[in-house]
Design a protein around this ligand. Structure first.
Ligand code: FAD
Length: 480
């Protein structure tokens, strides 16, 4: 049986919920299909840190800001690698999105707005803000508005309903509907004038990460449904992926084991503004690969991504363990000491050669790295490191393994400035739209991480699509 809708939205997460609210308010008959048993998607775990220029929050604190300055800041941070038209669309409407949420009751952490929160490169102007419950604060603001549209009959929500494919007219290339399968195995097709794919990213899919980036998914930091299914269904109707050459990762994460994707158990403090390094960082062979006190988080992440296996070791000795502030975030010295030699990621050895053997490093390379570091302590560090309180002197020696982990997807489906999915010739695929993480962080942050430039665009694009970009017969008839 086929059913016809004005708007069919795939995914009731950040983008999908907002698109549904605004399309329904504009009079559309909206069908919202969600594979999980609940709405909200990534908002349940997201930091929910937003960025917007010209907000009521900023004005209330006399912070002068503009869309152009936000745009320039994002493009500076990502080295002009994001899609200019998508960044512009996002920042032009970000303040309206932010003010809409705060006017709708979303509380804010009183310290906001900020330049950054330490995780990414700072903005030049304070425009970064979040609620006390992070992504949940956004979710809680959206829920009453969303269910008002469900109650009014504008939005029909079908949970535990997985979209398995798109229906395309081979003559016109138009996408006219979706194929679904419910959790109890019932297959049903739905047809609509607009199909919006808002299925989020692929950061929980080892297969997609291997396919796109050629690297293992070391840990799973996203929701289980972040499997990239939206990408695959759009590719099957002529859309294509961009940004696979980039890989945005976190620096300094310690895993539980080598059975990838593994749980994470903590992180080494790698932010020099929080704790200056006493240790050296070496790659899987034993070579140092960056100045360990590098102040730019972007540069640290880039250095890690450039390593062939995107992993490294933090190496130190007994004196450093004793004298330096604890190397692990929120771990005491006793906890670190207890783990060393007793956990696959925390090694302990009497000599550097033995440490290298345990770690799978090349012993002469590690020994040479340590010797060069020590020999240069009275002069200039070849990598430019400034903070060098003492040598890596005598055993026991220690190493803690770090992996490049991800929580979001860098690559994504290519869209035009109206969020229409395009083919490789740049032609829109009729009726088909994509927004949110399915278009990849590459669209709004390029090869880096710009504060708030995922969750804010996801909300904003949902709002713009529902409010004005999607068109349906009823709307056209009313306007005529
Ligand atoms: C831990 C974490 C912290 C983050 N912190 C920040 C931050 O501070 N600032 C920031 O800007 N960004 C942050 N992000 C990223 C940001 O939250 C997400 O990119 C954004 O919320 C994604 O929105 P979305 O609508 O694209 O996807 P989602 O919110 O994930 O929604 C996608 C929905 O589609 C559903 N779905 C998937 N496949 C199917 C299918 N085949 N059929 C039907 N439904 C399907 C999913 O179940 C889900 O409900 C963070 C992400 C994570 C994981």
């Amino acid at each position: 049986m086929a059913q016809q809708w004005d708007v069919v939205i795939v995914g009731a997460g950040t983008t999908g919920m907002v698109a549904a609210i605004f399309a329904s308010r504009r009079g559309a008959r909206v069908l919202l299909l969600e594979s999980a048993a609940d709405i909200g998607g990534t908002l349940h775990i997201s930091g929910g840190n937003m960025s917007a220029a010209g907000t009521k929050l900023q004005k209330g604190k006399n912070i002068a800001d503009s869309v152009q300055e936000h745009y320039d800041d994002v493009m500076r941070i990502c080295h002009n690698t994001a899609d200019p038209k998508i960044v512009r669309l996002a920042v032009e409407h970000a303040a309206d999105t932010f003010d809409w949420l705060t006017d709708s009751g979303m509380p804010l952490d009183p310290v906001c707005p900020q330049y950054n929160n330490g995780a990414h490169e700072p903005y030049l102007i304070k425009r970064y803000a979040w609620g006390p419950e992070y992504g949940k604060s956004i979710y809680k603001a959206l829920v009453p508005m969303f269910f008002a549209e469900v109650t009014s009959g504008g939005v029909t929500l079908k949970l535990s309903t997985r979209v398995t494919g798109l229906i395309q007219d081979p003559r016109t290339r138009a996408v006219t509907g979706v194929r679904t399968k419910s959790a109890d195995g019932v297959a049903l097709d739905y047809h609509g004038q607009n199909i919006l794919v808002a299925t989020g990213g692929y950061a929980a899919s080892p297969q997609m990460v291997a396919r796109i980036h050629g690297t293992p998914l070391y840990s799973n930091g996203s929701m289980p449904e972040a499997r990239g299914e939206g990408i695959e269904m759009i590719e099957s109707v002529g859309g294509y992926l961009r940004g696979g050459d980039y890989f945005h990762c976190n620096f300094g994460v310690v895993l539980n084991d080598y059975d990838y994707p593994s749980k994470t158990i903590g992180r080494v403090v790698t932010m020099p503004e929080v704790r200056q390094p006493w240790e050296i960082y070496v790659d899987s062979r034993g070579n140092r690969f960056l100045p360990e006190d590098e102040p730019s988080v972007d540069k640290r992440e880039r250095a890690l991504v450039a390593l062939p296996d995107k992993r490294y070791w933090v190496v130190f000795d007994g004196a450093i363990l004793k004298e330096a502030p604890p190397v692990m975030e929120r771990w005491s010295r006793e906890q670190v000491t207890a783990a060393l030699g007793n956990h696959p990621m925390f090694l302990k050895a009497n000599s550097l050669a033995e440490l290298a053997a345990q770690a799978g490093m090349d012993a002469p390379t590690l020994e040479a790295s340590v010797k060069a570091y020590n020999d240069n302590l009275k002069g200039t560090d070849p990598l430019g490191r400034k903070h060098r309180p003492r040598p890596i002197g005598s055993g026991p020696f220690y190493a803690i393994r770090q992996h490049a982990t991800i929580i979001v997807s860098t690559a994504g489906i290519t869209v035009d400035g109206d969020l229409r999915v395009v083919d490789r010739q740049g032609r829109p695929i009729p009726n088909l739209y994509a927004a949110g993480e399915v278009i990849g962080s590459v669209a709004t942050m390029g090869d880096a991480a710009a504060n708030g430039m995922l969750v804010t665009p996801a909300l904003t694009f949902g709002r713009l699509l529902g409010d004005r970009m999607l068109k349906w017969e009823k709307q056209r008839a009313a306007a005529e």
